[in-house]
Every structure is written in structure tokens, then in C-alpha cells.
Design a protein around this ligand. Structure first.
Ligand SMILES: NC(=O)c1ccc[n+]([C@@H]2O[C@H](COP(=O)([O-])OP(=O)(O)OC[C@H]3O[C@@H](n4cnc5c(N)ncnc54)[C@H](O)[C@@H]3O)[C@@H](O)[C@H]2O)c1
Ligand SMILES: O=c1ccn([C@@H]2O[C@H](COP(=O)(O)OP(=O)(O)O[C@H]3O[C@H](CO)[C@@H](O)[C@H](O)[C@H]3O)[C@@H](O)[C@H]2O)c(=O)[nH]1
Length: 499
């Protein structure tokens, strides 16, 4: 099928490349000329394992191209909207201006009976709003197909997703005005609902047509048995928001338990592992630490809050507020622990931060917990050096006030405190003896609970994690906590009493 992908960022570029790998002819459209130029050369404009190869293959076969011109999407039978829906600059809600702009720019170029399918994460009601924008073209199909890929594993997640969700028009809903005629790519107008028992059979003509079109797009995935659920627009919009809200809830739950572990001497790693053996709970997203960041979870739970509050659903509003607040607290708790490990005074201390990306295997620094902590340490007067295997350029462009160093070894030189804030493999597997020879004081705040503290302590390090009980230090040694330059602050004492 001829397909366009509008918006070629972390989601769209991967989506375009994987669709081309499935045999479709794909044109990616983006307003960012530099990004388009890079993608057109088969080079990913961001760090995503496996993407470069997929782009190169797609371009070499002639099936994949990129452009800044919406007119180049005119031959596509199906258009995927993948533009950003960031947090609004003026509220906690989602900024839908990119979606509106992209839809308006696409409108004059839509072929007869083309399909427009959104993948961006949106608040409930967005599809109805876009349907209004597309009303001059009642022949055009509209659907919503939320995406669940994770950065760092985006290629694999796209090629082997857990499920496919199709939001389609229901009886009488906007977008159900499909006139008589063929549907894109010769898809049948009857819905085949054999792929999953969870499929809701749609009876509307437009619903059947968009389902058939998406079935044609995802044919190899459906053939491999990937579950596919067909539902109305509101359900599709909410499935995505609810999924991210649940993941965020699980993370804030285990991080709240980590605080309880610190207050009681329990160990959150053992606690999470033991809980995870229960299949009703599951072990994933129970890794306690500095908390979640990125371009998705934080803004999506805030958007959900705003939606729920607007609808008078206070339970969800309050729930998300607590999840967000626990997550933010992990950052200030980490700064407080750093202060404590520096003897109550961060001013003038040489601190090395390992990690700038919001998680390993990406260069994305959107709402990065690591950088939020680094900034707080710097504003408290510490001399902070940040290192990261992939995200230094992005971080430096965004926060030129911080000092960045690409080499881990150089970054560690002379450090009085090391903070492990993004658990890249190369940090989790650092040799404590090697690192110990570089630093001034062997004190590690492992805010991702990534290293084996006992191994580090055996090399003379004082190691502190989140939720690992009380501070540990090398056996038989006095430890390496700094003597307070000035008495510990009231804030530090209050925050960390009982740990
Ligand atoms: N990043 C992920 O892992 C992921 C996963 C699932 C869903 N999502 C959702 O997908 C959407 C995109 O997220 P992202 O992380 O790829 O964002 P991103 O910022 O990396 O990419 C958005 C792209 O859209 C382009 N763009 C903006 N306005 C445009 C316009 N009018 N026309 C054409 N292109 C335009 C930007 O230049 C940018 O390249 C968001 O709604 C996000 O919540 C993201
Ligand atoms: O046990 C864990 C797992 C994750 N995290 C943190 O949680 C955040 C989010 O991680 P992850 O979900 O892997 O990253 P994303 O790429 O942001 O993916 C989420 O957001 C995407 C955009 O909506 C969705 O498509 C994905 O399904 C959803 O997992 C990161 O800061 C991680 O460090 C933890 O602290 N502990």
C-alpha cells in the first residue's frame, strides 16, 4: 500500500521504516528540514537501536522516502498522523496544535477515499475534533491506531507489538459518512474479526472500511497472531492513556514502597522481585529508583488528569496527581540524599552525574529525571559534570549551563560524589576499582539501584540506593561520607530522617 507518515520523530521515523520493511511504499513528511534530510540519507536523526539499518534498507529498496512537502503525500491511500502532542506551555493538558496544523496541511492533498489514521497520543474527543477539520471531505476515512512502542526497543516493539488497537467510527459518529465505493487498497468493507476474541465487530460501513485498510497495512503482524482490538474512538484514545497511566502508577507504587523500605530497613529490590513472582502482579515496571521521565509518561498522566477533571471524574484526577507527585519527589529525595552524602552541603562539591537521557538506549532528554537532578545539584552550588553515552549533545543544547564530558573516565576524575542516574549498561557494569582510582572520594549514589552494592563496598565505596535500607559503607572502614562543611540543613535532616 502507498502510505504517508506525517511527523517523523521518535515514533514516526520508526513507524515509517518498519512499514517499509513490511513491503509498503512509504513517504515520511516532516516540517523539520534537517531531520528530513538526514532521514533521506538513511541516517536516524536520533539514537534508536536498529533504526539506521531499517532506514538504509528502506531507502535502498526505493520503498522509503522523506519530504517536507505535503504534496508528496498526495498519492498515499493511507496517512498516519504521528506528530507530537506535548504538554501545553500554559497548562497540564496536551498541546494539539501540531495535530491540527498537520491535518490542515494534509487536507488539500488527500486522494479520493483516502484514510487518515492517527497514532499520536491524544485526549478523548480529539478524533471527533479532527473529524470536524476533515468534514469538507466526507469521502475520507478517519481512524485512530494508538502506538505503544518504547524508545530504546522501538524497532522490535513495532515489528512485534503486544497488540494493535483500531479506533473506528461507530454508528452515527462523526466520520461515519462514508459514501458508496471501494475502500483503500482494495480492502473488503466487511470486518474480519477472527484475529482476537477481544475484537468488537463494527457494523458501520466506515468502521468496516478503516478496519479493512488497517488490516491490509498490518497484514504480516496479524498473520503472526498479534491481537487486534477494534473499538470506538473514545475507547481507543483512552486505551493508550490508561496504559501509560497504569505503567506510571506501578512505578510510583514501587517508588513509594522504596521510601517505606528506607524508613524500615527493608530492601525494595527483594520486595519488588518477590511481588513480581505473583503472575497477577508481574515483575515489570517494579524497578524502583529515580522515577519515570521521557516524552510520554509524565505528560500523558497530566493530560489524563486534565481530561478527568474537566469531566468531573475526580478519582482519576486525584489518582494521577498522587502518581505525579510521588514521581517528582524521587528527584528531590535524590538531591537530598546527595546533600546528605556530601555532609549536608552541596556548595563547592565536585559531583559527577552518570546519565543524561531519561532512560538507557536513547538520546532523548525530554523530562529526564537525571538532568532534573543535575540541575538541582548545580543550582545548590555543586560543580556538576554530566556524562552520557548518547544524550550529551541534546542535553548541552538544552542546558548549556551544565558541564558535559563525553568520556566516563574523565568525568569521574576528582569526583567527591558519583550519582548513577540513568542505568546504561556501561555504568551498571563499571569496575569499582577502576572508578575508585579516578575519584577523590569513593561515594556512590546509585539512584537506579543498578550496581551490586556489595561488590562496590568491597572496593572501599560507600554506596547508597533508593529503597535499599540504610546507607552502607565499606566494612571495617570509617566510610567516605564527607564531614559536614557546615551543619546539615534542616531540609536535609527532615527529608531523610530514619534512613
Ligand atoms: N516517543 C515514543 O516512544 C512514543 C510512543 C508512542 C506514542 N507516542 C506519541 O506519538 C506522538 C509523537 O511523539 P514523538 O516522541 O515521536 O515526538 P517527536 O517530537 O519526536 O516527533 C514529532 C515530529 O513531528 C514533527 N511535526 C511537528 N509538527 C508537524 C507538522 N505540522 N507537520 C509535520 N510534522 C510535524 C516534528 O518536527 C517532529 O519531528 C506523541 O503524541 C507521543 O505521545 C510516542
Ligand atoms: O521498572 C522501571 C521501568 C521504567 N522506569 C522508568 O520509566 C520511564 C519510562 O520508561 P519506558 O516505559 O520504558 O519508556 P518510554 O519509551 O517512555 O515508553 C512509554 O511511553 C511510550 C509513549 O507513550 C509508550 O508507547 C510505551 O508503551 C511506554 O512504556 C523511564 O524514565 C524509565 O527509566 C523505571 O523507573 N522503572
Amino acid at each position: 500500500m502507498r502510505i504517508s507518515v506525517i511527523g517523523c520523530g521518535y515514533l514516526g521515523a520508526v513507524h515509517a521504516a518498519t512499514l517499509a520493511s513490511m513491503g509498503h511504499r512509504v513517504v515520511g513528511i516532516d516540517v523539520d528540514a534537517a531531520k528530513v534530510e538526514q532521514l533521506g540519507r538513511g541516517a536516524a536523526p536520533f539514537f534508536e537501536p536498529g533504526l539506521d539499518e531499517l532506514l538504509r534498507d528502506g531507502i535502498a529498496t526505493g520503498r522509503l522516502s522523506f519530504s517536507t512537502e505535503f504534496a508528496d503525500a498526495a498519492r498515499a491511500q493511507l496517512h498516519f498522523l504521528c506528530v507530537g502532542t506535548p504538554q501545553s506551555k500554559t497548562s497540564d493538558g496536551a498541546d494539539l496544535s501540531h495535530l491540527v496544523a498537520a491535518t490542515e496541511a494534509l487536507l488539500p492533498h488527500l486522494a479520493a477515499r483516502a484514510a487518515v489514521v492517527g497514532k499520536s497520543t491524544v485526549p478523548v474527543g480529539t478524533v471527533d475534533m479532527l473529524s470536524g477539520l476533515l468534514s469538507p471531505r466526507p469521502d475520507v476515512l478517519l481512524g485512530w491506531n494508538p502506538e505503544f512502542l518504547r524508545q530504546g526497543t522501538a524497532v522490535k516493539d513495532s515489528l512485534v507489538p503486544d497488540r494493535l488497537v483500531y479506533g473506528v467510527p461507530e454508528d452515527g459518529a462523526p466520520g461515519d459518512g462514508l459514501p458508496e465505493g471501494p475502500v483503500p487498497d482494495g480492502g473488503s468493507a466487511t470486518t474480519s474479526a477472527t484475529n482476537t476474541s477481544a475484537t468488537i465487530t463494527t457494523t458501520t460501513k466506515a468502521g468496516a472500511a478503516i478496519t479493512a485498510a488497517l488490516d491490509a497495512v498490518y497484514e504480516p503482524l496479524l498473520a503472526a497472531g498479534i491481537p487486534r482490538l477494534v473499538c470506538n474512538f473514545a475507547t481507543a484514545e483512552l486505551i493508550k492513556s490508561a496504559s501509560n497511566a497504569y505503567l506510571a502508577t506501578k512505578l510510583s507504587f514501587i517508588n513509594a514502597m522504596a521510601e517505606l523500605c528506607d524508613a524500615t530497613g527493608a530492601d525494595v529490590k527483594q520486595l519488588g522481585a518477590a511481588m513480581g513472582f505473583d503472575p497477577r502482579i508481574g515483575s515489570r515496571y517494579l524497578h524502583a529508583g529515580l522515577g519515570f521521565g521521557g516524552g510520554c509518561l509524565p505528560k500523558d498522566i497530566r493530560s489524563l488528569r486534565v481530561q478527568a477533571a474537566g469531566l468531573g471524574v475526580n478519582s482519576v484526577d486525584q489518582w494521577m496527581a498522587v502518581v505525579d507527585s510521588i514521581n517528582q519527589d524521587q528527584r528531590s529525595r535524590t538531591v537530598g540524599l546527595a546533600r546528605e552524602l556530601c555532609g549536608g552541603q552541596l556548595g563547592g562539591r565536585r559531583v559527577t552525574v552518570l546519565g543524561a537521557a531519561f532512560k538507557p538506549d536513547t538520546d532523548d532528554i525530554r523530562d529526564s529525571p537525571a538532568l532534573a537532578v543535575a540541575l538541582q545539584l548545580a543550582s545548590a552550588g555543586a560543580h556538576v559534570t554530566v556524562t552520557d553515552p548518547a544524550a550529551i549533545n541534546n542535553a548541552w543544547l538544552r542546558y548549556p549551563q551544565l558541564r558535559f564530558e563525553p568520556s566516563t573516565s574523565v568525568a569521574l576524575e576528582g569526583a567527591e560524589l558519583v550519582l548513577l542516574l540513568t542505568e546504561w549498561d556501561e555504568y551498571a557494569s563499571l569496575q569499582p576499582a577502576v572508578a575508585g582510582a579516578l575519584v577523590r572520594r569513593r561515594t556512590l549514589l546509585d539512584a537506579r539501584n543498578a550496581v551490586d552494592a556489595a561488590v562496590w563496598e568491597a572496593e572501599g565505596w560507600t554506596v547508597r540506593g533508593l529503597g535499599r535500607g540504610r546507607a552502607t559503607g565499606p566494612r571495617g572502614a570509617a566510610g567516605h561520607q564527607l564531614v559536614p562543611a557546615t551543619p546539615a540543613t534542616a531540609e536535609g535532616t527532615r527529608q531523610h530522617a530514619g534512613r
